[in-house]
Design a protein around this ligand. Structure first.
Ligand code: PBG
Length: 329
């Protein structure tokens, strides 16, 4: 025992000294804010399970994006609620899709130059059945087909890059989609567009509120035949190795707080830039506690994000991005 020579509390006495020795920091430029784009004009509809988050028509989304740029936020992650859904996810890959149209508007607005436009690449919001891939039916039985889905996903990524996406982020968890997307980008003049792959995405209850926000709940069954089993860490490492081998530029881990060990393991395994997605359910459960006065909003929000950074994430996708940027600013 070397007490009292070692007194760790010496470095905790004032905010000045605590700031000096702080090991982990949050920066607005390393935060990404998700936006849910919907048809219409002047639409700003609050998502009931996500207080403070909205479905926005493109004109309203432009205002929101300008606010984010002014706050120094690093980027937006774009999701679309199309006018119509079908079984080929047409709205995902057509040139005048909702996200493609928004991207063109964002890209022609100089106030948004500092804001990265990241397009989530998935089919579920555009499929009438709400699954992330094409369904093959055989009587009662159905399968989410891998390879035909990958073809559509790659086509979607190229279409989003054509419309101006700075980064494409596949979130479907089909096998082989990173390689297919890389090829589709390279053969359509987008050799410089990075792929941010949702490398390990678990089949999580914490996506519940998002499915209201993006109107993307599966109409039958669940996502467990393509998203990962929450019990599996080693399998997450295989997903990471596979996405790196296929050409991913950056990795995204999701959800964040219930999977901090996976983020840490990913950080130790590879040197790619690593993001983490603090998903809708993580946001909503904290908002619910804030509304009841059970948690202090500012402190709980900062602590949750610091834990994700400390686990090893370089950047964080979070519905708190604007609030945090305001606090840091
Ligand atoms: C689309 C997608 C989902 C999320 C991001 N991309 C939903 C899902 O997989 O069911 C969830 C994000 C969140 O909960 O905030 N596949």
């Amino acid at each position: 025992m070397n007490f009292p020579a070692t007194r760790l509390r010496r470095l905790r006495r004032t905010e000045a000294i605590r700031s000096l020795v702080r090991e982990t920091h949050l920066h607005p430029a390393a935060l990404i804010y998700p936006l849910f784009l919907c048809p219409g004009e002047g639409v700003r509809k609050e998502i009931s399970s996500m207080p403070g988050c909205f479905n926005l028509s493109i004109d309203e989304a432009i205002k929101e994006a300008e606010t984010c740029a002014a706050l120094g936020i690093g980027g937006l992650l774009l999701f679309g609620l199309p006018e119509q859904k079908d079984e080929q996810a047409t709205g995902a890959w057509v040139a005048n899709g909702i996200v493609q149209t928004a991207l063109r508007a964002f890209k022609s607005n100089r106030k948004l130059d500092s804001l990265l436009q990241i397009a989530d690449v998935c089919l579920c919001e555009y499929m009438s059945h709400g699954h992330c891939g094409i369904i093959a039916r055989d009587g009662e039985h159905y399968e989410i087909e891998n390879d035909s889905s990958v073809t559509l996903i790659a086509k979607t990524a190229a279409s989003l890059a054509d419309a101006g996406a700075d980064i494409v982020a596949p979130s479907d968890m089909m096998d082989g989609r990173v390689a297919a997307i890389r090829k589709a980008l390279d053969t359509s003049g987008h050799q410089q567009t990075p792929v941010l792959s949702y490398a390990s995405k678990f089949a999580s209850a914490f996506y519940g509120p998002f499915r209201e926000a993006a109107d993307s709940a599966p109409q039958f069954g669940d996502r467990r035949s393509y998203q990962m089993d929450g019990a599996n860490l080693r399998e997450a490492m295989r997903e990471i190795d596979q996405d790196i081998a296929e050409g991913a530029d950056m990795l995204l881990m999701k959800p964040a707080m219930p999977y901090l060990d996976v983020i840490r393991a990913a950080r130790e395994r590879c040197d790619l830039p690593l993001g983490a997605y603090q998903v809708s359910g993580e946001y909503s459960m904290m908002q619910a506690a804030f509304q009841r006065g059970w948690l202090e909003p500012e402190r709980a929000m900062m602590e949750s994000l610091l834990s994700i950074r400390r686990a090893g994430a370089d950047f964080i996708v979070t519905y708190f991005a604007k609030d945090v940027a305001r606090l840091l600013g």
